[in-house]
Design a protein around this ligand. Structure first.
Ligand code: FMN
Length: 354
């Protein structure tokens, strides 16, 4: 590979700043002849959301976009062949670098600043130039679209459909256990593992944090559900979403693995653009991945009552956003203004020699 090893390591370091479901960081890197292979480590995200690896494909798209932006800024052009022929399905991309004179990408400085902000946002409307800038990011991606809605009615509908996820988290044991296995309860644990969700990034006050820790026990959750816990939890998320400036959806034409990777690239650009505009951003997308699970696996792992609730949520989402079966739903999100939260950590990226 005609690229200095230190520069390559820096490009990868920027790459892994990408978002991933529950901060699973489902990637590995391997040198193979002149190419860098980017591999999906399926064992890292076994959640019900990650149906047929689509959540991981989105994360890999974001990783590739960060790497591309960083490469150009270091004076290299990056060519990525997705799912290269002759390789295992887990190889997401074969990447090569060439010296280039291309102009640095203006989003580069925001890779280190981009983060998920789960705190309440200020109730201010987005200005027209802000919504335009976010929508325009989709223009460089054939088949990609970014929809935004800031009306009270739309925000309420999305808040209802998205907060259903929080109910399911406390009624479905697999969803519950996966989430709680990924919470890092202390600063020490967060620093040692450098993955998962640091409790301090969850937007909880000290009382809520203590309560949340008790909910790690499924038996306790089951008992509290008898007095309505799982119906109560979504109310907090509902309020957060309703109180944001706007809700949005990133969608991509097609439903192939390539569509989800391309959608992840677009998502990262939208998120970086939002960061550059001083906006806070939070995915609120558990329900949309579970809806896709209904179609891709007949809802394996979900009971019939929950399948019906998800079909109802899908109908509601369609009242606000044009969701179509032959499009990949990449992410539902909320945006608004808030102060910078605690940033989450990353594992050091190692390149395996081929
Ligand atoms: C496909 C995907 C789905 C996600 N879904 C949610 C979600 O529903 N709620 C949420 O708060 N964060 C969600 N996230 C954000 C991740 O938890 C977050 O990116 C990760 O913890 C790393 O933190 P950072 O974004 O602050 O770097 C999602 C991220 C990805 C890539």
């Amino acid at each position: 590979m005609k690229i200095d090893e230190d520069i390559l390591n820096s490009i990868i370091e920027y790459g892994v700043k990408a978002p991933s479901g529950d901060n699973c960081q489902p990637w590995r890197f391997r040198f193979d002849k002149d190419r860098l292979l980017i591999i999906n480590d399926e064992a890292r995200d076994t959640s019900l959301y990650n149906v047929r690896n689509i959540a991981s494909f989105v994360a890999h798209g974001a990783l590739l976009e960060n790497m591309q932006i960083a490469a150009v800024s270091f004076g290299y052009d990056m060519a990525a062949v997705l799912f290269p022929k002759g390789e295992k399905n887990s190889v997401i991309a074969a990447v090569e670098f060439k010296r280039s004179q291309a102009k640095a990408d203006e989003l580069f400085p925001y890779i280190r600043k981009r983060c998920t902000n789960r705190w309440p946002y200020l109730r201010v409307e987005l200005e027209e130039n802000i919504t335009r800038a976010l929508r325009e990011e989709a223009m460089s991606f054939p088949g990609g679209e970014v929809f935004l809605a800031g009306g009270e009615r739309e925000k309420k509908i999305i808040a209802g459909a998205a907060s259903l996820n929080d109910r399911l988290l406390f009624e479905n044991r697999r969803l519950h256990d996966f989430l709680f296995d990924h919470i890092r309860w202390t600063e020490k644990e967060a620093k040692e593992t450098r993955d998962g969700l640091d409790i301090m990034t969850l937007g909880l006050n000290p009382v809520q944090r203590r309560l949340f820790k008790a909910l790690k026990s499924w038996e306790f959750v089951k008992t509290l559900n008898r007095v309505g816990l799982s119906r109560l939890v979504p109310m907090q998320t509902y309020k957060l979403i309703k109180g944001s400036s706007a809700v949005g959806l990133v969608a991509m034409k097609g439903t192939s693995p390539e569509s989800f990777v391309a959608g992840g690239r677009l998502l990262e650009r939208v998120w970086l653009r939002a960061t550059s505009l001083g906006l806070s951003f939070q995915p609120i997308t558990g329900s949309t991945f579970l809806i896709q699970r209904l179609y891709l696996t007949d809802g394996e792992g979900l009971d019939n009552a929950h399948k019906d609730l998800l079909l109802g949520a899908e109908k509601e989402l369609k009242r606000v956003f044009p969701i179509e079966k032959d499009n990949a739903i990449i992410m539902l999100f909320r945006v608004g203004y808030a102060s910078t939260p605690v940033l989450s950590l990353r594992l050091p990226a190692k390149i395996e020699k081929g």
